[in-house]
Structure formats: C-alpha cells, structure tokens
Design a protein around this ligand. Structure first.
Ligand code: SF4
Length: 311
C-alpha cells in the first residue's frame, strides 16, 4: 500500500491565526477564555483547547460580563459585536481576514444599493455572520431552486458574493445560473473562495484524476470533522472523481476491512484539521498495512496572517 500525502493540506493561515490567538489569550489571561462558536470546525482542535481551559459557547448570554472572549475564525455579525460591547467583554476578533473581506464586500454592495446574493450554506457560522451585515438586503442562495424563489427580478440591482469554503466547480455553476437570471449582476473583483480552499480542492482533484487513470484500487481519506465545510467539499470532490472517500476525525474512525487490498490511499486534511492527526493516520497505515508514504505537492503556500491584538 502507498499513502500519497497530498499537499497543500491541513491548517490554513486563518486557522493558524485563530488558534495562535487562542493560545496567546490563554497564556496572557489564564482560564477561562470564552470562545464564541467553535474556534474552527474541528473536533480534535476544540477538544484540545477545552482541555487547556477554553470555554466554547453558542450565545454571548452564556458569558459573564467583562470576560475575555474570542470570536472564532468564521467571524461574527455586527449585532454580536454590539452585544459584546454592551456586556463589556474584552474580546479578541480572530475571524479570518479573508472572511472579513467578504463582510466588507457585502457592506459595500449594500451601501451602493444592491440586493446581495450570498452563495453559501444557510446555517454556517460564516454565512450567518455575513448576512448579519444587512439581514434585509442579503439573501442566502445555495441552489438553482433557491435562486428561482428570490423576490427579485432581472431589472433589480443585484450583486453576488460567496462563502469562502465552497466547492469551486459548484459555485461556478451557480454563478453562471445567476448571470442567466440577472444579466447585470456584479460580483467581487477577486474571488471569495479562499486560496486555501482552492489549493486543497485542486490537490485532491489532481491526485484523483491521476490515480484514477492507473486502474489501481484507490481510496481517499480526508482528515476533518463532519461540520467542516471545506473538509466535506474535499470528500465530495474525491467521490465526484470516482474515488471512494471517507471523512475521519481520528484513526479510530478507520475500518481496516475497508482498506484491505487497496493499492493507493490519497490522504488529505481540511483547513481546520491538525497535522498531528494526519501523522497519527499515516502511522496507523504504516503499522497496520506496512504502507509506504510519499508526499504529492501541487503548489506551495506562503500566506501568513499576523495574530490579532489582545485587549
Ligand atoms: S479556510 Fe480560508 S477563509 Fe477559512 S480560515 Fe482558512 S484561509 Fe480563512
């Protein structure tokens, strides 16, 4: 068995920034540090920080007034920021700069009089936060059906923006459909789907195409949690390219029977999955299947975001 360790994989610059900020806050203020929503959508990372004294909440009502609080990488709506100010929270905004960019675009389009179509998953933290910039003017769309049911006509002034972690191919299809329904629609100058999402998707797509042609028994493993948008997309892309794929939080999720007779395992990880777990998975295959490990790189990544300032 050969493990092809795809690169880029795992932590992106936004996740490094958010997790570094939480580590810095725990070091500076001690425990507890409250975190509004999961710091990133990854079970291993959330468990790790819980053990260090972080307290994750889904409502600011659950945080005592004046406490040190961190906003997750997915960002928050202006309403949540106002509520944090009213509660005198000492908050650190660890939202990814690329998510903040989508907030700015939404605000600018609304200020220019556009109705804004936000392509994304309705209940995702990032999408909820961006829609909060102007709930009456921002409509979430995720399919042709949701576009057809919009209270807008072709004559309306319409703009689109996207969640950062969508599938490149699916969002391209939706944007094409939007252009057919709203010929004058405008979009952001630079794509909203972030560099890390694009690079991880391109890596699995390239490997899937390559190893599919070899007629070998190939499977894919994505290290990531079931609520991680970008991890789910990686699994979907492998499946769309004919490679059976599983999404796992840890080696304990692997059923060895599923990998008996497999020649090549394409191993990748979502942008919120820690490299420690990837290492555990490779070690599992080395000890259980005597697997060889080779890295397969499709591009380099140099993006770094400085950590946010502490209050
Ligand atoms: S996946 Fe992209 S948008 Fe999300 S935290 Fe990472 S770099 Fe930022």
């Amino acid at each position: 068995m050969l493990i092809k360790l795809l690169f880029p994989r795992g932590f992106c610059a936004g996740v490094y920034r958010a997790t570094s900020a939480l580590n810095a806050a725990l070091n500076k203020y001690g425990t507890p540090v409250y975190v509004y929503h999961e710091i990133v959508h990854n079970k291993w990372v959330v468990d790790y920080f819980q053990q260090k004294g972080a307290v994750f909440v889904n409502s600011l009502d659950d945080i005592p007034d004046g406490s040190v609080t961190l906003f997750s990488a997915h960002g928050v709506s202006p309403q949540i920021e106002r509520q944090a100010q009213e509660k005198n929270l000492r908050y650190i905004d660890a939202s990814c700069p690329l998510v903040q960019k989508v907030h700015r675009e939404a605000k600018q389009f609304v200020q220019q009089g556009y109705s804004v179509l936000l392509i994304g998953h309705p209940h995702h933290d990032e999408v909820v936060g961006v829609q909060g910039e102007a709930p009456d003017k921002i409509f979430i769309v995720k399919s042709k059906e949701s576009i057809d049911s919009l209270p807008l006509t072709a004559k309306d002034k319409v703009a689109y923006i996207t969640q950062t972690t969508l599938s490149l191919d699916e969002s391209a299809t939706i944007i094409e459909y939007l252009k057919s329904r709203f010929p004058n629609i405008v979009g952001p100058a630079i794509k909203d789907i972030c560099y890390a999402t694009q690079n991880r998707q391109n890596a699995i797509k390239t490997a899937a195409n390559k190893y599919n042609q070899n007629k070998k028994n190939v499977k894919a493993i994505v290290v990531g949690s079931a609520n991680s948008s970008n991890s789910i997309r990686l699994k979907e892309i492998a499946l769309q390219h004919g490679i059976p794929a599983v999404l796992i939080d840890s080696p304990s999720d692997i059923n060895p029977d599923d990998f008996t007779g497999v020649d090549v395992v394409l191993l990748t990880a979502g942008a919120s999955a820690h490299e420690y777990v990837v290492k555990q998975v490779t070690e599992y295959f080395q000890s259980t299947f005597n697997a060889q490990v080779e890295e397969e790189r499709t591009c380099e990544e140099n993006t770094v975001f400085p950590i946010p300032s502490m209050p």
